[in-house]
Design a protein around this ligand. Structure first.
Ligand code: NOJ
Length: 576
């Protein structure tokens, strides 16, 4: 039996519940729909599902404003549907992790309603209260971070929207209530949690002001209008300085250690993945969070071989420094960021699809646990919302209002800016078929967000199911290969200098094994030859974007790569 915990071998797949599949015909995704797609997910070859918040919520931030941590939202089917889904997933060998929002609750959570009702109720100290705004802090979503409550004659603090008050984690009762919720779901059998925004849990105890000459709306506007390098650098500095006293403050490590100990008390290697890229939250490598996301990999204008190499070297070095050697977690997209095909692919559909295939191979075959975002396996693209009335992301709705009402931006431009920054772009319904509503929900029903029109042009699961050259088929092939090849899951990683700037190539090999696997991706528009002198020559193609090449013999020291192609080669009897 292997001692490797399951989550190191696993491929994770994020489900945004509202947009995944509508099982009861109300235009909103739900657990009935998710359960119906479990066979699809098993066939795709993923191992674990991360479900974005499924708790009851007034949905000002689409579930990230939780009003009950011990239940499932009625529109998602309530607890019976959740249980049926969890059983169905486990029955197919799929793990399920939930999204745990620790920093804040909804302002309609009974905890907050009680806390806000007076200054001397039992929960009076469960949130962060002040007699008057003690500083100029901003919420990162909607302006001032302090909001007034007449019943208390006081202000509460919120890092996110004003409907998302921050909990006071210095209060042991808060911790106890939240740890009870954690136990509730672990007792039900869930396999772990993705931890939302842990960096924001504590604030600077001195409450020192940021002192910048602008507020959030103006900073957003400045970010859009900055052209010169100097201006862009200034904007970056402003973003950092505006929020630096509101995240990454002392206390998080101790809290995460406690949570880890709680989770470790359960059998089955339950896992914690933090929405943060700071490797320090992995503690010694075995006593805090199991994995943090490698966000710097996706924080770039384009994915180039040089970017990936330098990202991987830096991350690996930092992880190797942890006494228990940390494990990486790579991703190229989620419900907060543009879709990876759009973000890294440009406007030409064929070109962007080819790049999406390369990036899929990159993120799933480099060292670490990959996390995919629902729909990326279909080549889904960002939705452009022409009509501001269709915006559902409240952060964008707020900004649109600021642009027109406060900053005097003409309505057309304001609408374009809001469509550009809204997170709705990547949250449109998953496209299951070419028909009405992309088979996300029945014809004639209005989905909660518009469906992307490209579902009628092949960007859907049904059409791709029967096409062996579809991007869906490609994802299935590389995930099957990853599952079959221990080197691709557990092997060490060494980048190969192949003499061409457009080629990204690396070797994976388990220590002591004679078998190595070489992955080569040509990001260029012209053919390339990988001259990997450090690699022993004869090999067999395990997978390639050119299906015909699979199984053929190649010389790995002189590997021909078609434009925008991927090749994975097995090398036997490698001596070093
Ligand atoms: C991070 C989540 O990913 C995002 O969607 C949410 O709006 C904020 N945290 C607040 O919970």
């Amino acid at each position: 039996m292997s001692n490797t915990p399951w989550w190191r071998d696993a491929v994770f797949y994020q489900i945004y519940p509202r947009s995944f599949t509508d099982g009861n015909g109300d235009g909103i995704g739900d657990f009935m729909g998710m359960a119906a797609k479990l066979d699809y997910l098993a066939k795709l070859g993923v191992d674990a599902l991360w479900i974005s918040p499924h708790f009851p919520s007034p949905n000002l931030d689409w579930g990230y404003d939780v009003s009950d941590y011990l239940d499932t939202a009625p529109e998602y089917g309530g607890m019976p549907a959740f249980r049926a889904f969890l059983d169905g997933a486990h029955g197919r060998g799929l793990k399920v992790i939930l999204d745990l929002v620790l920093n804040h609750t909804s302002d309609l959570h009974p905890w907050f309603l009680e806390s806000a009702s007076s200054r001397d109720n039992p929960k009076a100290d469960w949130y962060v209260w002040a007699d008057r705004p003690p500083n100029d802090w901003q919420s990162c979503f909607d302006g001032p971070a302090w909001t007034y409550v007449p019943e208390r004659g006081q202000y509460y603090y919120h890092y996110f929207m004003r409907q998302q008050p921050d909990l006071n984690w210095h209060n042991p009762d808060v911790k106890k209530a939240m740890w009870d919720a954690v136990r509730f779901w672990l007792d039900l059998g869930v396999d772990g949690f993705r931890l939302d925004a842990i960096g924001t849990i504590f604030e600077d105890p001195d409450l020192a002001p940021h002192g910048l000459p602008l507020d959030l709306a103006r900073l957003r506007r400045l970010s859009e209008t900055a052209v010169s390098r100097a201006d862009k650098r200034r904007v970056q500095r402003y973003w950092h300085d505006m929020f630096k006293r509101q995240w990454g403050q002392p206390g998080v490590h101790e809290l995460m250690k406690e949570l880890r100990a709680l989770v470790d008390g359960y059998q089955g290697d339950r896992v914690l993945i933090a929405e943060d890229d700071n490797i320090a939250y992995q503690g010694r490598g075995d006593d805090e969070i199991h994995m943090v996301f490698n966000f710097p990999l996706m924080r770039t204008e384009s994915i180039t071989p040089a970017h990936v190499r330098s990202n991987q070297r830096a991350r690996q070095k930092a992880l190797d420094r942890l006494p228990a050697r940390g494990w990486p977690c790579n991703t190229l997209g989620n419900h907060d960021s543009p879709r990876m095909r759009t973000r890294f692919g440009g406007v030409d559909p064929e070109h962007s699809l080819a790049l999406a295939r390369l990036n899929a191979a990159m993120v799933t075959l480099i060292r670490g646990t990959p996390v995919l975002y629902n729909g990326e396996e279909l080549g889904m693209e960002d939705l452009v919302l022409d009509n501001p009335a269709d915006l559902r992301d409240t952060m964008a709705v707020w900004y649109l209002g600021q642009l027109t009402d406060t900053l005097g931006v003409p309505p057309d431009e304001a609408a374009r800016r809001a469509a550009d920054m809204t997170r709705d772009r990547c949250r449109s319904p998953v496209q299951w078929g070419p028909g009405p509503n992309a088979d996300f929900c029945p014809a004639g029903v209005r989905p909660w967000l518009p469906v992307h029109p490209d579902h009628a042009r092949g960007v859907n699961a049904a059409d791709q199911e029967t096409d062996p050259d579809s991007i869906l088929a490609w994802y299935r092939r590389i995930l099957a290969l990853r599952r079959a090849e221990p080197a691709l899951r557990r092997g060490e990683q060494r980048f190969v200098d192949g003499g061409s700037g457009s080629v990204l190539a690396w070797l994976r090999r388990e220590p002591g094994s004679p078998r190595a696997v070489l992955v080569a991706l040509n990001y260029g528009d012209t053919p390339a030859i990988l001259r990997a002198r450090s690699v022993s020559g004869p090999g067999t193609v395990l997978e390639s974007t050119d299906r015909q090449a699979t199984g053929s013999a190649v010389d790995a020291r002189r590997l021909r790569l078609a434009p925008l192609s991927a090749v994975v080669v097995a090398l036997e009897n490698r001596k070093s």
